[in-house]
Ligand binder design. Structure first.
Ligand code: MEV
Length: 437
């Protein structure tokens, strides 16, 4: 029977492990052994990881890989990916190689605007609020200058502040809808600090605005927070190549291009398919986002909102056949940073950014979008030709062998054995039993 715990965050790490192991696991000695086995021998490095969050017990490993041969805007990249799904890196590498032979990827940033909002309640005459907003607008900028000074020096800052009336949706609901340029930073702290200052400025100046009645002066700021929906912070990545009747090293076949286009069009109109289609895109995007220390939850939330922007959840990628040219592209919102946050703290993130030749945020946006497009291409290519399971189960074979406790020799034998056979849990189990007998 578990009981609540007091002051858990103040326990030492060992005490925390002890408490969790005793109260929540069957074999507390084994739990303790496992959690401490995953500690890093380098005490300083471990401390760094311990201090990223509260109540750290241990580390949780995910593989860190690279997918080489990504030609993006005529520059060759090896793209770092952090992901557990067995087929993702292999698929990315295959797609990279496929398009390397066909001119590579082109990518461009379409916009870098970040968004934040001050949500407030005002029960009064909307025209007076508009007049108040216009009179106060310069103060929002002035009174945030201590926060914006250094960002402005680098060329960023607050782009605009608008008053939006949403009282038809929720009684008395208005907002300051604010846009920002945060350059190479993701900018969450900068934006939230600005917004909280805007909230203070709003309330400070309300009392001096003579047109407001006492009741109208009673503006209530509900919250000030950035939005992870960034439809104007968008990057486009694309590939194109010649269509020939039969595929060559430089072209795709007409049949393949049409089938791929159909697969994309299905995801355009059918949300059940679009979710899985976009999930495959996120396999590539999240893996690079994680490797480069960016906030994958923010990116996920923003991307899925963007995929619904036309009123129904839809594909993030597009495909077109124009005469003899096949075109395949993605438009995706990505608010990323290459400075601040984890980027200068996590040693593996530093390495990932170094492998990418220390990109600016815009270049990282391009690389991430390409990773998403490549992943989608790889998935659709399998889906419309061999089916997905052939490649998936081949890559999954190693997981099954590990689950069954196969040793090195058994693995080598069975990998060879399954080169031309269908992989399934049952077939691998049977083959392993056979060689053991
Ligand atoms: C699996 O992780 C991703 C796919 O399902 C994506 C897709 O269906 O397009 C293969």
């Amino acid at each position: 029977m578990q009981t609540p715990v007091e002051g858990f965050s103040r326990f030492t790490k060992e005490e925390k492990i002890d408490w969790v192991a005793k109260n929540y696991t069957d074999n507390s000695e084994e739990t303790k052994r496992l959690l401490t086995t995953y500690w890093n021998a380098d005490v300083k490095l471990q401390q760094l990881h311990d201090e990223f969050i509260e109540n750290t017990l241990s580390n949780y490993y995910l593989p860190f890989a690279v997918a080489p041969n990504f030609l993006i805007n005529d520059r060759l990249y090896a793209v770092p990916m952090v992901i557990e799904e067995s087929s993702v890196v292999a698929a990315a590498s295959k797609a990279a190689k496929f398009w390397l032979d066909r001119g590579g990827f082109k990518a461009s940033v379409l916009g870098t605007e970040k968004v934040g909002q001050v949500h407030f309640i005002y029960n009064g005459d909307p025209k007076k609020l508009q007049l108040f907003f216009e009179a106060t607008k310069p103060h929002f900028f002035d009174e945030a200058s201590a926060i914006t000074k250094s960002m402005e020096k680098r060329g960023g800052g607050i782009n605009d502040i608008q008053l939006r009336d949403l009282s038809d949706k929720l009684t008395g609901y208005y907002q300051l809808h604010c846009t920002f340029e945060t350059l190479d930073a993701m900018g969450a702290n900068f934006i939230n600090s600005c917004l909280e200052q805007f909230g203070k400025t709003l309330q400070k100046h309300v009392s001096n605005f003579s047109l407001f009645s006492d009741e109208e002066k009673n503006i209530e700021v509900v919250m000030s927070i950035l939005s992870n929906y960034v439809p104007n912070c968008v990057v486009r990545a694309e590939v194109s190549c010649l269509i020939t009747e039969e595929a060559t090293e430089k072209s795709v076949s007409r049949k393949f291009s049409e089938k791929l286009m159909q697969a994309v069009n299905i995801a355009k109109v059918e949300p059940f398919r679009a979710v899985t289609h976009n999930k495959g895109i996120m396999n590539g995007i999240d893996a690079v986002i994680l490797a480069t220390g960016n906030d994958f939850r923010a990116v996920e939330a923003g991307i899925h909102a963007y995929a619904s922007k036309d009123g129904s959840y839809s594909s993030l990628t597009y495909a077109k056949v124009e005469g003899d040219i096949f075109k395949f592209w993605i438009d995706v919102p990505l608010a990323l940073g290459t400075v601040g946050g984890l980027t200068s703290l996590h040693p593996m993130v530093k390495i990932a950014l170094e492998i990418l030749q220390k990109p600016k945020a815009g270049e990282l946006m391009q690389i991430v979008a390409v990773a998403g497009l490549a992943q989608n291409f790889a998935a659709l290519r399998s889906l419309v030709t061999t089916g997905i399971q052939k490649g998936h189960m081949k890559m999954h074979l190693m997981n099954i062998l590990n689950q069954l406790g196969a040793d090195k020799g058994e693995k080598t034998t069975l990998i060879k054995h399954f080169k031309d056979k269908t992989v399934s849990n049952a077939s691998v189990k049977e083959a392993l039993e056979q060689i053991r007998n």
